[in-house]
Design a binder for this molecule. Sequence first.
Ligand code: SF4
Ligand code: SF4
Length: 110
Amino acid sequence: MEVISEVEESVKSFALPPPFILNHFPKRLLPFFRHLLKFRPIIDKKKCVACLACKEVCPTAAVTVKNKIVSINQRKCIMCMCCAEVCRFGAVELNKGILLKILSLAHRGS
Ligand code: SF4
Ligand code: SF4
């Protein structure tokens, strides 16, 4: 009985998470804000050793190599992050959109 009352209490105090921030923006501006909120993988040229493991796993052939410099074609990238998973050198990093950066900083400060 005691257990049931504890469960009842926790159910009563259950709160839905706050609505996603994009729900507050005017619909016409959504595409613009979505772009600013995006994150995308980029390759740190200083860390990359051009082993091409990321190129092998990329499902959309978004990883390209030119003059031994590996880069990601953002138009082809579907942000699955397989490249980051297989990179043993930590060379695939997430580049956050400017709005996402600001929100992260604000969140850290709160
Ligand atoms: S797996 Fe990492 S080190 Fe290898 S080519 Fe890709 S980014 Fe460079
Ligand atoms: S995130 Fe996925 S689609 Fe984009 S480059 Fe990496 S493996 Fe390819």
